[in-house]
Every structure is written in C-alpha cells, then in structure tokens.
Design a protein around this ligand. Sequence first.
Ligand code: NQM
Length: 358
Amino acid sequence: MQNTIPCMLFRGGTSKGTYYLDADLPADPVAREEALLRIMGSPDIRQIDGVGGAHPLTSKVAIVKKSEREGIDVDYLFVQVVVDEARTSTAQNCGNILAGVGPFAIENGLVDAQDDETVVSVFMENTESIARQRILTPGKKVQYDGEASIDGVPGTHAPIMIEFVGVAGSSCGSLFPTGNAADEIDGLPVTMVDNGMPVVMIAAQSLGLQGDEAIEALENNQALKDKIEAIRLKTGPMMNLGDVKEKTVPKMTIVSPPKNGGLINTRSFIPHRVHDAVGVLAAASVAVAATTEGAVGFEFALIPEGDRKLCYVEHPTGALAVEIERSDDPKELAPKSTAIMRTARLLMSGNAYYIPAE
Ligand code: NQM
C-alpha cells in the first residue's frame, strides 16, 4: 500500500523542491522525516525511486503554514533532504526555495491574492527572520511567465522581488560571529560571515587556484576538498554553529576578482558539492563581507559607489544581484536592508506517493 500526501513541485530560483502544507504531513517527527526521504528517493545517489533530482539543489523541501505572528502571512520551514544518506536537516535556510513559498501560499489559499500584485510576508523558521515577497497576481492569479531572467535558469519568467529583514546574524548571532572581518585558520586568511547564511570566504589565490575553475575540476580535487572540509569543521564552533560535521552549513566559498565586472567571483561548496550558481542568502552574505574593509575579498572586489549598492556576485553560470543598503550608522556593519530578485514556477501539483516502513 502506498501513502499519499498533497504536494506541489516548484522551481524556486535555481533550486527545485517539493512543497507541502504543514497540516498535510504526518505530525509525528519520525513519520514526517520518513515521508520526506521516501518521496525524494533518499538515500540513493540517483534518487531513482523518488522525485529528487540526485543533487542537493534538487532535493529540497518547503513546509508552509498560515502564520499566527502579527504582520506575517505564512511560516516557512526549509528542509534539506540529504541525497545519499537517510537524513534531513533544518540547520540552514534556503533563499531559492523561498522564492516559491509566496506563490505556493497563494495557490493554496493561505494568502488572498490582490489584483495586480500581492505582498507575502514570510517568517523563515530556520533562521527566525523575515522575507517580504512581491508577487505578480493579475486577476488575482499568480503569474509565472514574464520577462525576468536569472542566471542558472533558462528562459524568462515573472520577477519575484524579495526583501530580507533581520537576516544579519540570524544563524550565528552576529554578522561577523568571531567579531573580526577576517581570521586565520590552518595558515589561511578566512572571513566568517552570516547575512542570512553562514558562509566562510577563502581567497582562491591562497588555495593555489584561479577562482574560475570548472565545477567538476573542483569536485574532483580531493586534496582541495579535504583542506576545505578541515577548515569548515574548525569554523563551526567559531561561528556559534557547534559541531558542523553533519550540517550543511557553513557554506565554503572560494572568492576571486570579478571576471565580468561584478563585485566578486565565487565558487561555493554547499558544503561538499559545488553549487551550479550560488545560494541567495549565501550571495547576500558574500556581498556584505566583500564590501567590508578587512574582509577576505575586499581588496579585489569592485565595490559600487553609494550607500545603496547593487552587487553582482559572480558564479559558475552567471551572477546573482544583491542590493544592500548600508546602515546610516557607519559603525554598524549589518546592512539596513538586503534585497534580491528571483523567479519561480509551479511545475506540478497533485499527490506524492511513498511506501511507508513496515
Ligand atoms: O543560500 C543551496 C540554493 C541554496 C541555498 C545551498 C540558498 C541560499 O541555492 O539562500 O538558496 O547553499 O545549499 O538553493
């Protein structure tokens, strides 16, 4: 006998995942995790018996419910389903999957669509911070087609503008959790930063790299991966994240001078596979650090003028634009606001099927 659970499949930004109403999933945490794993087809490197795409970026879950918080429409919990292990993690947030949360909330009647445009306020449970999404809703229906493009996704779609509130330090307690813009680990200068995603930045040059290596070249370089993982395990406690061996944070980001006129170039280990692009909140963290004196990357970043900066964080398939507005107080390093543009698309709606354990 198969169990069924109502489910929608969305592409959110450059990621893809299954989206559920909280009430539709089993209430028991063990049964819930089992359902999420089996529907995705984990553990299996190919996820062949499930809907997962055999990569961390396509093995993601959003669980959404109507919020009881004042001024907030919905609560969103992000779950990373590990591809090749029977394990899920809520230790990180995901700004790409977030892009589908507003459309999902409207499609499921959690938020009443307005004519033309609907603002959805989302409480992101993983990091206890807020995102405001502006979704095009002509005739009170979510519009998915449009003229906006994001690097890493073919074609054009309707834009979803997302503004983040209170994301600085949301996982690590402060923007620079060690109190320094840069520290030294294993003889290498590193920057530990959290503007919505815990990120460790290391200059490509200090790793003997150019910074524009192909994803496969980095993933096949075991000595490099071991070095980066050794640093990552040391940064966990320093970033107030504890033992990160089994966690998907911090993200290890190699930075180098921009190649195409952007702010900075990146290759991001998330934390073991290399991202095809860069995470949304990871880019938000990189953008703030790279524009802060003393941080790794500051010296070679091409920093836009002004207090409101549109920063193009370059990645293997293009660039991700992050707008950061500096605080009026020059001593305050956390930005006043962080905003990005994404697109999302409903791919499938129906029931997910899985065979429960005996
Ligand atoms: O940093 C992948 C993604 C992400 C995270 C990851 C993300 C973010 O691209 O906000 O979006 O870093 O595991 O989906």
